[in-house]
Design a protein around this ligand. Structure first.
Ligand SMILES: Cc1cc2nc3c(=O)[nH]c(=O)nc-3n(C[C@H](O)[C@H](O)[C@H](O)COP(=O)(O)OP(=O)(O)OC[C@H]3O[C@@H](n4cnc5c(N)ncnc54)[C@H](O)[C@@H]3O)c2cc1C
Length: 281
């Protein structure tokens, strides 16, 4: 188990908030902004969901005390979506309200397609009361174009990513070329709507396209940010920040790292080598 924990460190910033905050300071020194994620998902026990809420409230208090401008990211199944929608919503109200008081932003990650509609429903309800809450959409889902239109109507802000879950062809685009095309189409919609977008990808083709597109269309650099995951493409993150682009790293920490770690290994085989290289360093 110890060996596995060491391997997870390639993509996970530590087990405690204190360890994660050390990494946050290092990233901030390089001009990279942060969104912090306390790892956890698929919670079916109220005591566990209540604890996740308390952990996030404590994290928000710590960020406020440390005058850290970091955002937070979380998953609704960590907040009780698999238990009861109303209970999950009430938990989210507690977090959104505490974050609003601390002037911090809360991003709701998007999970598997079976949860997309309920996640969007809770987000839309929250957004009516709190403007410091944003959502994620996945370019691989056939439904996403319509979802983006609805989110923009509700004045929601969006993190655009490809999508990390195993989905059937009936709900998701399968070919990388087509997923990239969908990503670009959706990004254009976000830029045209002048909605502050988070372009979340490590894909050079999409990063280069974004840089070119915003320059050709006179879209200011303040109108969006690149987002990447902690431990992936560190040099690219630093180079983008040094070149004056807004960059935010998604920094996960905590003990429930197995599903997150598995998704990182599954989505890109080279990530296995990254882990092995870090082990022997
Ligand atoms: C900040 C952030 C938040 C996310 N939140 C969610 C979420 O809420 N829900 C969700 O479903 N998914 C989320 N994801 C994951 C996302 O959906 C993808 O699964 C993941 O980012 C992999 O897709 P990609 O576009 O980054 O690159 P990939 O499709 O993995 O890779 C495409 C190409 O990019 C290049 N590349 C990729 N990684 C590297 C690397 N490390 N080094 C060198 N070249 C590389 C390679 O050329 C590769 O062939 C998030 C991703 C990010 C960055």
């Amino acid at each position: 188990m110890k060996l596995l924990t060491r391997m997870a460190r390639s993509f996970v910033a530590g087990e405690t908030a204190e360890e994660a905050l050390k990494q946050v300071h290092k990233l901030r020194d390089k001009g990279i902004m942060v969104t912090l994620d306390i790892l956890g998902e698929s919670v079916t026990d109220r005591a566990q969901a209540d604890k996740a809420v308390r952990d996030y409230l404590d994290l928000l208090d710590t960020l406020k005390k440390n005058k850290s401008d970091s955002h937070i990211s979380l998953k609704l199944t960590q907040m009780g979506l698999d238990i009861d929608d109303e209970y999950c919503y009430r938990n989210m109200v507690k977090i959104a309200a505490r974050a609003a008081a601390a002037r911090r932003f809360v991003r709701i990650d998007m999970e598997g397609s079976a949860l997309t509609q309920r996640t969007l429903d809770i987000f839309t309800r929250l957004r009516k009361k709190y403007d410091n809450v944003g959502i994620v959409v996945q370019a691989y889902l056939h439904r996403t174009e319509k979802d983006v239109a609805d989110i923009l109507k509700a004045k929601g802000t969006i993190r655009l990513c490809k999508g990390a879950y195993k989905e059937p062809a009936e709900v998701a685009i399968k070919k990388m070329k087509d997923i990239r095309e969908s990503f670009i189409k959706l990004a254009k919609t976000l830029f045209a709507a002048k909605s502050y977008a988070a372009i979340a990808t490590h894909d050079s083709k999409l990063i280069d396209w974004t840089k070119r597109y915003v320059e050709e269309n006179n879209i200011p650099r303040e109108a969006f940010e690149f987002q990447m995951l902690y431990g992936l493409r560190n040099k690219t993150q630093q180079k983008l920040a040094a070149d004056g682009w807004r960059v935010r790293a998604y920094v996960p920490f905590g003990t429930h790292w197995i599903p997150y770690f598995s998704r990182r290994l599954r989505e890109r085989k080279e990530n296995v080598f990254v882990v092995m290289k870090n082990m022997f360093r």
